[in-house]
Write a protein that binds this ligand. Sequence first.
Ligand code: NAI
Length: 328
Amino acid sequence: TKPPVRVAVTGAAGQIGYSLLFRIASGDMLGKDQPVILQLLEITPALKALQGVVMELRDCAFPLLSDVVTSDDPMVAFRDADYALLVGAMPRKAGMERGDLLGANGGIFKPHGEALNAVASRGVKVLVVGNPANTNALIAQQNAPDLNPKQFTAMVRLDHNRAISQLAEKTGQPVSSIQNVTIWGNHSSTQYPDLSQATVNGQPALEQVERDWYENSYISTVAKRGAAIIEARGSSSAASAASAAIDHMRDWALGTPEGQWVSMGIPSDGSYGVPEGLIYGFPVRCSGGQYEIVQGLEVSDFSRGKMDATAQELTEERDEVRKLGLVR
Ligand code: NAI
């Protein structure tokens, strides 16, 4: 059997953690032959609740769960971590401006970046889930100068999965018949769920739906799905967010299926005219533990406008955190 790998999860006693940890420990993320050691980080007042979650994890008797470590110290939780899922974040409170929110999260993601830099495995794969995810990922990345910037990613996979399921529902076709949707840009209401390359049963998706539905209903339904969940459920998406985090890490580590791509928030290399350095949702293919942007896709004027608008929002977020001294 393989030696265990170390998976750090922050905010482990929260809503998403309650779904995520069990999926990781059961082998959904890294495969049914890969033992894991969970290294769970929480703030001090949540450590007792975290102990309860750990009791339940142990009660599942997962054969792949080698050990569980808990701490309120990032230098302990990130030590030798091969994977780090940064879920814990500061929620937006009533009356908070974007700058306040970014600043409050800087207080979390700067020290987390520094601790990853100091103690994580040199090949650590980092996924930021906690919002504002793209800019939080940028803050962590910029405070980890000894790690490769490409090791820091943000989650747009929930949006990607929502984009697939909405299209499946509209066309009456199974989710498995749909390929190559893309979420460009920010995990926010400016994201661009792009169907221009998508196929349903191998045929262009945009030939199977009305243009008006796509432009005026679909895009906003996907982008505002988070708010609709809060409205219906009374709390934000948790199990679906955890499932998307599993999908993101699994595909990054184990590869995307032949001929398909997925969406990941990754540092822009300037592809598709996206300003270099922004953590931006791109279509990617993964193999051998590496991701690569899918190149050569045609970009219509409609797409260009949407891609630029979400890039603009991310540029503004970066400027805010730069002013706060959180990034270069
Ligand atoms: P939650 O509030 O239930 O849990 C967050 C946990 O993080 C809490 O237990 C809290 O004690 C912990 N925490 C706070 N500061 C911490 C720190 N410095 N170190 C370690 N832990 C810390 O929230 P939930 O529902 O689990 O969501 C977590 C985050 O994920 C939120 O920011 C949410 O907006 C975001 N999210 C992102 C999605 C995406 O698609 N990118 C989708 C859904 C949620």
